[in-house]
Design a protein around this ligand. Structure first.
Ligand code: MTE
Length: 320
């Protein structure tokens, strides 16, 4: 299964993006970037005018939520200008630059599949189903960098309870918007679109798992996954799917974008695990954005006390 150990590759030989993409995909993405994400996307006229009233608007009645870390939070600038959101471009700065295309009203989220109460929610109704909480979580990206982010959101389990899953619902699949006008990166095959992700039902019900609609007390900027994105803090960042339009309850383990792309590199579970290297690099340490020295990566990203029991008896090397 292992392709090349991280120890075989000098860090100077790879860039963060090369780490992420295999050579063929890298060339494909590079050719798109060569035209320059900005020049490329400039050719697209958004049918909607940007809605500045959204991103940056203050969220009211946000209470302090549980599980918050006291570690130093990354700055608003770090969190909103160093992003992975391939629908808005493959460079870290692209999503902020192309955020203007991703208009988030009108927006609906369809809750469907193995549930008694299937429903299409208007986003403004959805964000009121549970009190908003601030959750200060570590986010550990599979590329071995991390941040501390003060999200605003509500537990996913409040939506699951409203949907009343049937006995057949064993997993939840999440699906991102597909609209190349609002997501210009979807004009290129960097990934298979739309972006999809999934959780096992007990992971979805876990009180740490939230749907985030804001950060730093404000409406979520588009580049961070507006208007609503998943946050699963004990898993690598790619599980935290952005700009969700469908939440589908299913019986079988659903497909997940990075797993489809590179199954030997990205598993379904994707729990942060310093003991299981990515085939091409080590996961033992990470660079906290804004810090100079590397830190040790913590098992389950430091949330082991809360979530380790979900995986008792499972071989985490096999189920990576
Ligand atoms: N969701 C979608 N739809 N598209 C993406 O490219 N990137 C993932 C995840 N969610 C991604 C996504 C990855 S790799 C990471 S690390 C996190 O979003 C980054 O979230 P942030 O930009 O808010 O820090």
């Amino acid at each position: 299964m292992l392709i090349k150990k991280a120890s075989d590759i000098k860090s100077s030989e790879v860039t963060a993006r090369e780490l992420y993409l295999n050579r063929r995909q890298f060339i494909l993405a590079a050719s798109a970037t060569a035209l320059s994400a900005t020049a490329l996307f400039n050719g697209i006229d958004s049918p909607f005018s940007p809605s500045p009233a959204m991103a940056g608007a203050k969220l009211n009645n946000v209470r302090k939520g549980p599980f918050g870390t006291t570690e130093k939070q990354n700055s608003f600038k770090d969190i909103t200008s160093y992003n992975n959101f391939y629908e808005l471009g493959t460079d870290k700065g692209d999503p902020a630059e192309n955020a203007k295309y991703l208009t988030t009203r009108p927006w609906t989220v369809s809750v469907e599949g193995e549930v008694k109460k299937a429903k299409t929610y208007d986003i403004d109704e959805l964000i009121k189903i549970a009190p908003l909480e601030e959750r200060i979580y570590r986010l550990r990206c599979v590329e071995a960098w991390s941040m501390v982010i003060p999200w605003v959101g509500f537990p996913l389990n409040s939506l699951v309870k409203l949907a009343e899953p049937t006995g057949n619902a064993k997993y939840i699949q999440f699906i991102t918007l597909q609209d190349p006008k609002r997501m210009p990166g979807q004009r290129y095959a960097a990934l298979q679109w739309p972006y999809v992700e999934g959780l096992r039902m007990d992971e979805a019900m876990h009180p740490l798992t939230i749907l985030a609609v804001g950060l730093y007390g404000e409406v979520l900027p588009a580049q961070n996954g507006a208007p609503i994105r998943l946050v699963v803090p004990w898993k690598y960042g790619f599980k935290s799917i952005k700009s969700i339009v469908k939440v589908r309850f299913v019986e079988k383990q659903p497909p997940a974008s990075w797993n489809i792309m590179q199954p030997q590199e990205y598993g379904f579970y994707s729990n942060v695990n310093p003991e299981v290297d990515h085939p091409r690099w080590s996961q033992a340490t990470e660079r906290r954005i804004g810090e100079f020295f590397r830190r040790k990566t913590l098992m389950f990203n430091g949330y082991g006390e809360q979530v380790a029991s979900l995986y008792s008896g499972m071989d985490l090397k096999k189920y990576y």
